[in-house]
Design a protein around this ligand. Structure first.
Ligand code: AHM
Ligand code: MG
Length: 285
């Protein structure tokens, strides 16, 4: 098994564990905030502990960086892979029984966009699914947990040139004029609103239904948006670009053009089919 395969195997195991915990664990809050100021749910912390314990067993993991940890956890200094992850994205929606997920970015040696070599997310919905994208330039693959406890390959995922869905986040009273006009134009062209508030589910829906746009823009009160570059944005940017789509922060040609200055850095972000991203550039330029 290659080192990356060992990491994917570990992710499969933790995804099964976390999906079990989501069903039965306490939904309460802890007394702590994470580095971006969200009060941590017990489930956020538990998911983080499950993932940490599993990756600690792998010699090929150099360090872990988590949305729920203030600092990096160094494991094996001479190893290659740094894993940046959001242990339970959308966790505040577990109480309403919506689908949530875990997101993993696998970086080689250093935490910068060009060193992201693979991305994976799990989605805990009515079914347990995993999307694995094991290299740049290859299509992401969808797997689904079968009754026998094994993940079975379902299909490769590819975005159409243009989609039909529009998922748009953040408080609208803080949107810029150009964002309001752009989103309105998409609806006028016939796009339908789909937004649950868990980026894993919203991006998964767009990816599986062939295309559209997911955006979390800059707002007047959050000029750098909300979503975190290393754990959330780049893993999905990798998957969307490899699936034939495009990404941007609104001012660049790809989310991979971002410069990382801190671990918990956030950015405005757009992920979608090529048509929607091109249209965004017309409104945003
Ligand atoms: P989380 O990682 O603390 O769950 O927060 C991230 C979530 C994303 O999944 C989602 O896209 C976004 O926050 C929703 O935010 P908003 O309600 O402001 O649109
Ligand atoms: Mg998240």
């Amino acid at each position: 098994m290659t080192q990356l395969e060992q990491i994917f195997k570990a992710i499969k195991e933790v995804a099964i564990r976390i999906s079990e915990e989501i069903k039965y664990a306490d939904l309460g809050y802890t007394a702590h905030e994470n580095a971006t100021g969200d009060t941590q749910l017990k489930l956020d912390v538990l998911s983080d502990e499950i993932i940490t314990a599993k990756f600690k067993e792998l010699e090929c993991v150099k360090a872990l960086v988590s949305e729920e940890k203030d600092d990096a956890l160094n494991l094996n200094e001479n190893s290659k892979y740094i894993i940046a992850y959001d242990p339970l994205d959308g966790s505040s929606l577990v109480d309403v029984n919506f689908a949530v997920g875990s997101i993993f970015g696998i970086y080689e040696n250093e935490l910068n966009p060009q060193n992201l070599v693979a991305a994976v997310y799990s989605i805990y919905g009515p079914r347990l699914e995993l999307v694995i994208n094991d290299k740049k330039g290859s299509l992401p693959s969808l797997y689904r947990l079968a009754k026998d406890g094994e993940f079975k390959f379902v299909k490769e995922l590819k975005l159409n040139e243009k989609g039909k869905l529009n998922a748009t986040g953040a408080t609208q009273k803080g949107w810029s004029e150009k964002h309001i006009k752009f989103i309105r134009e998409l609806f006028l062209q016939g796009h339908r609103l789909r937004y649950s508030g868990a980026m894993v589910s919203d991006l998964h829906q767009i990816l599986l239904k062939g295309g559209g746009l997911f955006s979390y823009p800059a707002t007047s009160d959050a000029p750098n948006g909300k979503l975190r570059v290393l754990f959330e944005v780049l893993p999905f940017a990798f998957i969307y670009e490899n699936a034939g789509g495009a990404t941007s922060s609104g001012v660049n040609d790809s989310l991979f053009d971002i410069t990382i200055s801190k671990t918990h850095q956030t950015t405005p972000c757009f992920f979608g089919s090529k048509f929607e991203i091109n249209l965004m550039h017309k409104f945003y330029e």
